[in-house]
Design a protein around this ligand. Structure first.
Ligand code: SAM
Length: 317
């Protein structure tokens, strides 16, 4: 197999150390070579590469965009190019990894595939406790939740979600905080019809489609769950509890406002309230509810917006 390596910098050096002995490289390619040899192998200009018989060209330079264009001009077959550093784009530039596996081994190529993603798994992340399907749905939201749950550490208090629907986010909280009581507030029959009047039938009917049993069945630690069915805030009447983590996900203005009003004074210092849909242009009531709460309380809450799919706001206790 005729393997060429584009680049004579530290990227090429790392590749030699990790996966490809220099003796297996037909030549290095560089448009501005420092010498005629690199690691004992010849260095050729890109024009020369175009005239050679090559099976795989491994691009180790960071200038992936520029090199891709150069290769196109020179007529170098794109399916024979393997870019090692091109994760600043949404789509993986590499067309195929079959030849790379042959040359570099499956293990190296699997690591490479992972690194090509714009969003990568953080190194601190534990062996997955979160369901993979949820991660595919909103990776940033879920990984942020994991980081937040780690940060809670010794902060006392229960966890809660207002707006549970079928329990997908509740199941993640329950998985990440297996030792904390988890209060689940929802009508489990959808929105207050009066509040949801302005919304379409699909939106309203779809949220009726759940039950407490269905939610309980997906919780990894159901013994920790305390269901508070009914319309909030009536469903919280008589509850004396303080919280370390609250997820507020009720979509509409009045319920979001009621959630902020009831939970924030009960949030322990060091705890977090996750206001879902704060940045969602389709649900402007959430942002309006927070503005109303802050206006009435005469304060600006310490909070960090996430760049997850629907713009969660993390409010600090
Ligand atoms: C967007 S869904 C929640 C999604 C959920 N967090 C998940 O992980 O899929 C909104 C839920 O809020 C509930 N809800 C809205 N206002 C409510 C209120 N005032 N009291 C109780 N539940 C409410 C609805 O019944 C609906 O199930």
């Amino acid at each position: 197999m005729e393997v060429y390596v584009w680049g004579t910098g530290c990227g090429a050096g790392d590749l030699m150390d990790q996966a490809l002995p220099a003796k297996k490289v037909a030549a290095f390619v560089d448009s501005r070579p420092v010498g005629e040899l690199f690691l004992g192998r010849p260095v050729i200009p890109p024009e020369e590469l175009a005239r050679r018989d090559y099976d795989l060209v491994i691009v180790t330079s960071r200038q992936a965009e520029e090199i891709a264009e150069r290769c196109q001009t020179l007529g170098i077959a794109p399916e024979k190019l393997l870019f090692l550093k091109n994760h600043a784009i949404l789509q993986d530039r590499n067309r195929s990894y079959a030849l790379a596996e042959e040359a570099l081994g499956a293990l190296f190529v699997e690591k490479l595939r992972q690194s090509q993603r714009l969003i990568r798994a953080p190194r601190w992340s534990e062996a997955e406790r979160l369901p993979p399907a949820e991660l595919d749905n909103d990776y940033v939201r879920l990984k942020s939740l994991e980081a937040i749950c780690r940060r809670l550490g010794p902060v006392p208090g229960a966890a809660a979600e207002l707006g549970v629907y079928r329990g997908s986010f509740a199941a993640c909280i329950n998985a990440l905080l297996p030792d904390r009581r988890l209060y689940l507030f929802d009508t489990f029959r959808g929105f207050d019809p009066k509040e949801a009047e302005a919304y379409g039938r699909g939106f309203v009917d779809a949220h009726r489609n759940t039950t407490e049993d269905r939610v309980r069945a997906r919780l990894p630690h159901p013994e920790k769950a305390v269901f508070r069915p009914g319309l909030f805030p009536d469903s919280a009447a008589g509850l004396e509890e303080r919280f370390a983590l609250v997820s507020l996900d009720v979509d509409l203005e009045e319920s979001s406002y009621q959630g902020l009003h009831w939970f924030l004074p009960r949030l322990n210092p060091g705890g977090f309230l996750l206001l879902h849909d704060y940045g969602n242009p389709d649900l402007p009531g959430v942002r309006a509810a927070l503005a109303r709460y802050e206006r009435e309380a005469g304060l600006r809450l310490p909070a960090v917006p996430l760049c997850d799919v629907n713009g969660t706001l993390v409010i600090c206790g």
